[in-house]
Design a protein around this ligand. Structure first.
Ligand code: HGY
Ligand code: MN
Ligand code: MN
Length: 404
C-alpha cells in the first residue's frame, strides 16, 4: 500500500482554507456554521473521489464507507469558535489518505468519519454521542448553545444533506489520530503518543440571579451584584477543591454571560459555564459535590437565586488493548524511542465510539502544547510520521477487529 504524504498535506491545507481565520493557521468552523457545512461537502467530494460511499446522518456526521467489514478511521472537522487547523481535521484527513491508499491497493477496507459538534457547541462530543446511543436525537434537539440557539435549529441547516444513521456493525474497530493538545510529547522531543485512556468530563451552566440596579446610586452594601457573586464563587471554589483534586484534575469557567452587560448597571444576573475533568469517576463526583455546595453557600451569603442547567458528561474510557498494541508496534518500528504511551486529557469522539466497538487513539505533538487557539500547530515531519505509523499499523489494526 502506497500512502502519499504530499497529497495528505495538500488536503490538510485545502481544508484549512475553508473558514480560515486569517490569523496564523487558525480556523473558525463551529458546528453547523456555513464554513463547517462547506468543509463537510468538500470532504464528501474527496471521499467520493476515493471510491467511498458518502452518507450524512441525522446529526450531521459525515461518513465515507468502504465495502465490506472495514476499519473506521476519523475524528471531527468542526472547530472551536477560535480553533486550530489540526484539531480534528488531522484525524479525518489521515483517515481519508489511508482509505484512498487502501482502495488503490485493493485493501484492507478503511472507512472514514467526520463527527459533528465534537467541540461541544451544544454539549460534549454531540455527534458521536448521538450515534453511539448515549444521547438521543430528541434529547439533543432540546440542547442550546451559549447564544440560545437550539440543536434542532442548528442541524436543520444540513437537512438537504442528511439521511439515515449508519450501522456500526459494519466496522471492525475505530482509530482516531489527533494532535496531543498538551505539552508532553513536544517537551520530550517525541513524535507519537499511543493513548492508554481518555479522561472523563462534566459540564453544565450555573446561574446566579441578584438585583439589577443603577451603578451610580446604589450603595455598595445594598447591592446584589451577580458578578461579585461569581467572583466570590470562583475564589471559594479554587480553595475548596484543593482537598479533593490531584495534579491531573482540571476545572474551567470558560464562558460568562453577564446581564445586561453595561458599564452603568449593577449586573442582576450571570450565567456561566462550569466544566471539570478527571481520569477517575469517583473524583468527578466529589468535585461535583464541592461545586454545587460552594455555589449554594455563595448564593446564600450574597442573596442570589441559584440554578443549575442539566449536567452533561462522559466517563473515563480505556482504549482497546489489541488496537493499542498494533499502534505501539508500528510506532516502535517507524519512530523508535520517539514515542510513548500516555493518557488523553482532552475529550475525543473515541470515548463514545468505544461503547460500540474496539477503539484506540494516536497523538502527534503540539508545538508548545498549544491548542484551542489560532496558534495551534505541529511540525510537518511529525504529521507525516503519524501518517506513516498509522499506515504501518493498518494490517494489524484491520486484523485485530476481523476486518477485510
Ligand atoms: O474539549 C475537548 O477536550 C475537545 O477538544 N473537544
Ligand atoms: Mn479535537
Ligand atoms: Mn478541540
Amino acid at each position: 500500500m502506497q500512502i502519499d504524504g504530499a497529497r495528505f498535506l495538500k488536503d490538510l491545507h485545502d481544508l484549512r482554507a475553508i473558514g480560515a481565520s486569517g490569523i496564523a493557521k487558525g480556523v473558525v468552523r463551529p458546528a453547523y456554521s456555513a464554513a463547517d457545512i462547506a468543509a463537510r461537502e468538500w470532504l464528501a467530494d474527496r471521499m467520493r473521489d476515493a471510491g467511498l460511499d458518502v452518507r450524512f446522518d441525522p446529526a450531521g456526521n459525515l461518513w465515507g464507507i468502504a465495502k465490506g467489514k472495514s476499519l473506521l478511521v476519523g475524528s471531527h472537522s468542526d472547530t472551536q469558535p477560535e480553533g486550530g487547523w489540526l484539531d480534528g481535521a488531522l484525524g479525518v484527513v489521515m483517515g481519508l489518505e489511508l482509505a484512498r491508499a487502501a482502495q488503490e491497493a485493493g485493501g484492507p477496507a478503511v472507512s472514514v468519519v467526520s463527527f459533528q459538534d465534537e467541540e461541544g457547541r451544544f454539549g460534549v462530543t454531540t455527534g458521536s454521542a448521538i450515534w453511539s446511543g448515549s444521547l438521543s436525537l430528541d434529547h439533543a434537539d432540546t440542547l442550546t448553545d451559549s447564544a440560545g440557539t437550539s440543536f434542532a435549529t442548528a442541524r436543520a441547516a444540513m437537512s438537504h444533506l442528511i439521511g439515515d444513521f449508519v450501522d456500526p456493525a459494519q466496522f471492525s474497530g475505530f482509530v482516531e489520530c489527533h494532535i496531543e493538545q498538551g505539552p508532553w510529547l513536544d517537551e520530550a522531543g517525541q513524535s507519537i503518543g499511543v493513548v492508554t485512556d481518555i479522561v472523563g468530563i462534566r459540564d453544565m451552566r450555573v446561574t446566579f440571579e441578584g438585583e439589577q440596579n443603577h451603578a451610580g446610586t446604589t450603595p455598595m452594601h445594598r447591592r446584589r451584584d451577580a458578578f461579585q457573586a461569581l467572583s466570590a464563587f470562583n475564589t471559594a471554589l479554587n480553595d475548596r477543591l484543593r482537598n479533593v483534586v490531584t495534579p491531573q484534575s482540571v476545572w474551567t469557567i470558560g464562558h460568562v454571560s453577564l446581564h445586561p452587560g453595561a458599564h452603568s448597571i449593577v449586573p442582576g444576573k450571570v450565567v456561566f459555564s462550569m466544566q471539570w475533568r478527571d481520569g477517575d469517576t469517583a473524583r468527578l463526583t466529589r468535585m461535583e459535590t464541592v461545586i454545587r455546595e460552594t455555589a449554594a453557600d455563595v448564593a446564600d451569603a450574597t442573596g442570589m437565586r441559584l440554578s443549575f442547567s442539566e449536567m452533561l458528561g462522559l466517563e473515563p474510557v480505556a482504549m482497546d488493548a489489541q488496537l493499542r498494541k498494533a499502534l505501539a508496534q508500528a510506532a516502535q518500528q517507524i519512530a523508535p524511542d520517539r514515542w510513548r504511551e500516555m493518557q488523553s486529557g482532552a475529550l475525543h469522539d473515541a470515548t463514545n465510539v468505544a461503547a460500540l466497538m474496539p477503539a484506540a487513539m494516536m497523538f502527534a505533538p503540539s508545538i508548545n502544547g498549544i491548542s484551542h487557539t489560532f496558534y495551534e500547530d505541529t511540525h510537518e515531519a511529525d504529521l507525516l510520521c503519524g501518517l506513516n505509523v498509522l499506515a504501518a499499523a493498518l494490517p494489524a489494526l484491520a486484523k485485530a477487529g476481523g476486518g477485510s
